[in-house]
Ligand binder design. Structure first.
Ligand SMILES: [Zn+2]
Length: 112
């Protein structure tokens, strides 16, 4: 797994992408949780530290000017859509649900 991104279906290699190694701190668990890969879940922090996640899985808010990650950064962008827009689908979903909720209000009132 050396020099490649460990996110399933991601083919990024060090040659063309900036790779970030797993942090040894607790935030590393968040990375595993977000990537949601069974194989990674079984590894210790020490073993995880040998794995990498490429830069495109991180939102702009987690990145500093010089391609570095902020200490609280964790990967949230996994699908092609998420990577292209830079917005995690979960947040889009929340926004969509809010819209549905607001749009649904008048029709709900008809029932009362
Ligand atoms: Zn990747």
């Amino acid at each position: 797994m050396k020099n490649t991104c460990c996110v399933p279906h991601c083919e990024s290699k060090r040659r063309n992408f900036k790779l970030h190694c797993f942090p040894k701190t607790e935030i590393g668990l968040k990375w595993v949780e977000k990537i949601n890969c069974e194989k990674l879940k079984q590894l210790s922090a020490e073993e995880l530290h040998k794995f990498f996640v490429c830069h495109k899985h991180f939102e702009a808010r987690f990145v500093t000017g010089s391609w570095r990650l902020r200490h609280f950064a964790y990967p949230t962008l996994f699908t092609a859509d998420e990577i292209n827009t830079g917005i995690p689908a979960l947040e889009m979903e929340n926004y969509g649900n809010l819209l549905i909720f607001l749009l649904g209000m008048p029709s709900l009132m008809l029932y009362f």
